[in-house]
Every structure is written in C-alpha cells, then in structure tokens.
Design a protein around this ligand. Sequence first.
Ligand code: SF4
Ligand code: SF4
Length: 522
Amino acid sequence: MLREHNVVIKDPRRVDLRFASCYPNLYRSAMSSLGFHIIYDFLNSREDVYCERAIYPYSKTLESSTPLKDFDIVGFSLQYEQDYFHVLEMLQEGGVPIKKSERTGEDPLVIAGGPCASSNPSPMTDFIDIFLVGEAEAMLDQFIDTYLKLDDPQEELDAFLDIKGVYVPDNPVEMVVVEDMRDAWHPIKQVIPETDDKDFIPAFGRAFLLGVSRGCTRGCRFCMAGCMYRPRREVPLKDLLEIAEKCRQATGLDRVALIGAAVSDYSKIEELCMELYERGFQITTPSLRIESISDELLTTLKESGLKTITIAPESTWRIRKVTNKPITDDDIITIMNKAFNYDLNVKLYFMLGLPTETREDLDDLLKLIKNLEAIPKRRSALRISINPFIPKPHTPFQWEDFDFKEMKNDVKFLKSELKRSNLKIDSPRMALIQYVLSMGTADLGSTILKSLKSKVPIREWEKLTPKWDMEDELPWDNIHVGVRKDYLKEEYLKALKGGLTPWCETFGCYDCGACDKSTKSC
Ligand code: SF4
Ligand code: SF4
C-alpha cells in the first residue's frame, strides 16, 4: 500500500486554473525527479493554481482521481524518449484527444518540458501544443499568467511566444535557465511516499532531494545535459544548509540526496558534506566525477551513511580521450580501492559503440572490465552497467550514426565473455528506438501513434534511422540552447583525432556560446 506525506489538497472550485503535472514513467522514477517536485511545489505556491500529479500507468491524478480531460493544462515531463509512448497512452486513457489537431477549446492545453522537450521536440509536435525549453521555474509564472488572460488559449498559441523559452513549432526559441541559483526554486514540503513495495520506493530511498547545482562544463562530448544546461551554477553553501534544515523539518527525514549534473564538482563539496554530517544528516548522491572525489569526501560520505558510489569510466583510455573524459585507468583503480577499503560498494557505468571504437577497443574494454572485476574481495561489492552509446542532439556527437547490427554483435560478444550476475547490459533494440526518437524529425509522429495500437517491428524502426551530415540542417537547429553549432563541429573533429579540450573552468574559456545565454559570467 502507498501512503504519501505532504500531498497538497486544495478546493478546485477556489482556483482559477487546474494543472495536471504528468510523469510518463513509473512512480519511483517520478518521485526521484527534482524537476517533478519543483513543478508541484512551485505551482501550488500560487493561490490561483491547483497542481495535481498523474503518474504512468495511471491517467487520473493521485490527489483527487480526476481524469486528465478535466484539467486546464496537462503538462508532461519528458525525461526519456521511450516515455513518448506513455504520453500517448496517458492522453488516451485520460480522455484527451491524442493529436493536437483533434483538440478543441474544450480540451486541456497540452504542454511538455524536460530534457527531451528541450533538445528535440520535433517527434512529439503532433501531440504537444507547446514545449517549454529550459528550466521550468524560469518561465512557468509568466506562462500561467498569459494563459489566464486568454479566452481560448488553444487558438491563441502565438500569445505565448513572447515568453522566453516557449516553443510553438516551428518558431525559433532560446532556451532559458535560472541564472542565479539564489532565484532557483527549492521545494521544501516534498511529497514523501511511505511504502514497502519496492516498485514505489524512489531511487534514493526515504530521502528528500537537495538541488546543489545545475549544469556542467566538463565537456564530455556525449553528454546532452552537459552541453545544454551550461554554464554550471551553484547554490551558495549557506542557502543549502538552510534549505536542508527546512526540508528535514517539513519531511521528518534526516536522509538527503544531493542532486546536480556533477555534484562532486560543487566548489565546497567537502564543506557541504561535512556540515550536513555534523548536523546529523545521512547523505546519498548519484554519480560522482572521479577527479573530484577526495579522501575527505569519501570519509564523510561513508560516515554519513553512503553505501554505494557510482562512477562512470565509460570506456578505455583511448576512447575516453575521444569523449573528452581523460581519467586514467589508474585513477579508476585508485578510487575503487579506496571505496572498497571504506567498505563501500561501487557501481560502474560503461558505454558501448562510442565514436571511433573498433574491435580492438572492444577487446581492450573487455580486458579493462575483467581487471576491475578482480579488485573487490567481495564479488557483490561491484556492479557493472553497460549501455549502448546513443548520439544526442546539441552534442559534438550529434553527427554520429547508430549502427544497430554492429551494436547487437558487440552486446552478444560482451555477454558471452562477461558472465557475472551483477552485470546489466541494456538492449540494443531499445537503444535503436531511443536513437530514432532523439534524433528524428516530426515525421515520426505517425510511427509513435501507430505504436499505440500495435508493436512497431524493429525493422521499421531501423528504416527510420536518421543520418545527419555536418552540412545538414538539423531538426533542432531552431532550438538555441547556447552552445554554438560551429563549436560542436570543432569539438567533433577534434574528438575524431582523440584531441582533448581541458575543463574551461580551470583552463580558460573557449567561447562555446553558453555563457552568452546567462548574464552571469562563468
Ligand atoms: S561530467 Fe557528467 S554531467 Fe558533466 S559533461 Fe561529463 S557526463 Fe555530463
Ligand atoms: S562560454 Fe566559456 S566559460 Fe562558458 S561554458 Fe562555454 S567555454 Fe565554458
């Protein structure tokens, strides 16, 4: 059974606007998303709005069991491309016409935000009226105010175009981010589930989420978040401690999950963890960047209750240079040894099929994994996850192809060579579909719709595989995220030669274009 604390209950008759915040993936994933908590808390802080949550596979809200059709605005958070199918299911089950061309003024306005909506909204343009490109709290207030002024928002979509970050196909849009993290929204009264059902327990367990920083400038060439959400922005330490205390009071929890694109790059990470620890908090955090894990940080994290550290070596040293992630094998081994000495578990992430990878590299990758496997005394202390590399929009690797046949062979090879129980290799089939959806055009709408009725054969997805050359106009060219396309080209060509672009925060600015979108210099 699921019980939730801090759910907001309002009288729908006493608000001007009802907003359904929809998460097209499972509950545990929804409640692990800081963005989803921010939207709920931010919108409900307005007296004129009632925001409720609808989470896949349900199409009624958790707060009042209201179907989506009864809301003024239905907003989807698009974190993963595979969730596009769930969006359609939720609309259909919720009584909202799936295609925007079939909706009238009686139907809700359907909007979408999140990384997928911000990077390449094209495949979903048949179904979504408006996309919010960037960080929602930077535009939501203005968006709601505009909606409330209009008689028939469905018919007056152009009225939203004055809001920075709003994308109405095919008008060019500039992504918007919170420039100063003191202005960012920090949800205090976070909804906390209480359940024994593991399907409903969030990724960080019974913990509240603390947004430490946003954006990352390390420049890994495969990383969409790292390219799109630049520059890196930090919440001042003093503010974080105050927010953590308020969250503890509002949730009754001592366990805090530190959230950010590269949490361990936070300039005062040791101080932050030490302060939290001394105040009696237990700390957990997602992936740590190997270069920024110090002994002091590991000690504090261990003492404050952390059980597992997650690091991402990605591939071999040669391929790591291609991706601009120049951590050496020795760095990885040193951190792993330290972690095991502290009796921590380690989770490693690798990618398969990165640019320039050859059969020789695959053999080297296998050797590396086998060497790393031999480090822990306890086999179960190490978990390994291998994911097919999927090129993403707005990254230097956006001009790379996805070779499905080769990927299948590589996965087969690794599976036959690595026979351990705590090894997870993602399916090439899902990766192909994700590639098509992340890099495709608006023509994909018919295939996404078709998949609602019956499973689309993989051969059909293969035929839809896009291939973009450097001279091509890309479907996301009118989404301006900050980083210049010619900078991405330079980075791609450099990558093919294994050239490195050291971290701009220590080496100096490369004028990638990202800091122009922020008034704050980086
Ligand atoms: S360090 Fe992490 S978040 Fe930053 S660019 Fe690399 S992969 Fe992305
Ligand atoms: S504009 Fe310069 S400092 Fe800012 S993210 Fe780009 S390279 Fe780094």
